[in-house]
Design a binder for this molecule. Structure first.
Ligand code: IPM
Ligand code: MN
Length: 355
């Protein structure tokens, strides 16, 4: 007798609309686990703005320790209007990424059937690429300081950290991914070598060097300013884009828009041989919280990405197919409050499309 495959999923529903979208994602997870035959144990963690306001805690060491023992982490959203910007983001979201060394932020930009895109004359054939964002260094490292703060002579420094190790592992991941994808076998480095002549020279050199091990992959380069232009004008030229933390943050919000908005965009914070975390990339959307109008599809796509990462390919595909059915034949639009269905109804539609 073989034991069923089983996973411990740490769930951080978080702030704002996080809990409502995560609830639907977990319903889908449960349904697909029964259908394809694996066990999931869901362990909820109460982290976020409310906890911080009550106790002053962001991510207690004991919780961090627990997260390290999970099969994967499923995150809703972090961000609270009552808490100064930076505290929860740095104290929870970035802390998990850094402490668990989730050095890749993987963000597919894929237009599903039936989904409206603001790009004229572009469809699912043209909008289907993936962004590999470095996720543990760059300007996000939090190194810097101020001098003469609050005076007219104030100096503020924020250091862009690029290490050989960090850059190389990110580029290697991107090359491997490009090799595995059944697509153009083209990897585009997005940087700014014409201005960041130290940091991005490192990226460019390592890109070329590691690329020698992948002769079947076409190496492509674009400055970030030009790249955002191409993302709008000719998204079909891209297969995999690899970039640093800050550029990746910015270009993936543009990516989310061309794939139909934050209602559908999901990503993974990946530690290849460790604990990864999956999330809808939109924020906590406080103005929609508790109203049952937010789109849960991004959170459901995040479940599909999580399953894929856990090696449950069949389940991952089943969830993605179910989402495609729902976008193709049910939802009027993907926008909050305009879907023609409530948050939980959208979750139910995906669950029924599974069977
Ligand atoms: C994201 C978010 C975060 C980031 C914020 C909330 C710190 O925008 O996941 O893209 O900048 O990485
Ligand atoms: Mn962002």
């Amino acid at each position: 007798m073989t034991l069923p495959r089983s996973y411990r999923i740490a769930v951080v529903a978080g702030d704002g609309t996080g809990p409502e979208v995560v609830r639907e994602g977990l319903n889908v997870l449960e349904a697909v686990s029964k259908k394809t035959g694996f066990d999931v144990e869901v362990i909820p963690y109460d982290l976020g703005g409310e906890r911080y306001l009550k106790t002053g805690e962001t991510l207690p060491a004991s919780v961090l320790g627990d997260l390290q023992g999970a099969s994967a982490i499923y995150l809703g959203a972090i961000g609270h209007p009552g808490v100064k910007p930076g505290i929860l983001e740095k104290g929870i979201l970035l802390k998990i990424r850094f402490e668990l060394d989730q050095y890749i932020n993987l963000r597919p930009v894929k237009l599903y059937p039936g989904v409206w895109t603001p790009l004229k004359d572009k469809g699912p054939e043209e909008i289907n690429f993936i962004v590999v964002r470095e996720n543990t260094e760059g300007i996000y490292a939090g190194i810097g300081g101020t001098f003469k703060r609050g005076t007219s002579e104030e100096v503020a420094l924020q250091v862009d950290v690029n290490t050989r190790k960090g850059v190389e592992r990110c580029l290697r991941y991107a090359y491997e991914l490009t090799r595995l994808r059944d697509a153009k076998k083209k990897l585009t480095l997005c940087a700014k070598t014409n201005v960041l002549t130290y940091a991005h020279d490192l990226w460019a050199r390592v890109f070329e060097e590691v690329g020698k091990e992948y002769p079947e992959i076409v190496q492509d380069y674009s400055h970030v300013d030009a790249l955002v232009m191409w993302m709008v004008k000719s998204p079909e030229v891209f297969d995999v884009i690899v970039t640093n933390n800050l550029f990746g943050d910015i270009i993936t919000d543009l990516g989310a828009m061309i794939q139909g908005g934050l209602g559908i965009a999901a990503g993974g914070n990946i530690k290849p041989k460790g604990v990864s975390m999956f999330e809808p990339i939109g924020g906590s959307a406080p103005k929609y919280a508790g109203k049952g109008v937010i789109n849960t599809l991004a959170a459901i796509v995040a479940v599909s990405k999580m399953l894929d990462h856990l090696g449950e390919r069949e389940a991952a595909q089943a969830v993605e197919e179910a989402v495609k059915q729902v976008t193709a034949s049910k939802l009027k639009t993907l926008a909050a409050g305009k879907m023609g269905y409530s948050t939980s109804e959208v979750g139910d539609l995906v669950v029924s499309a599974l069977s």
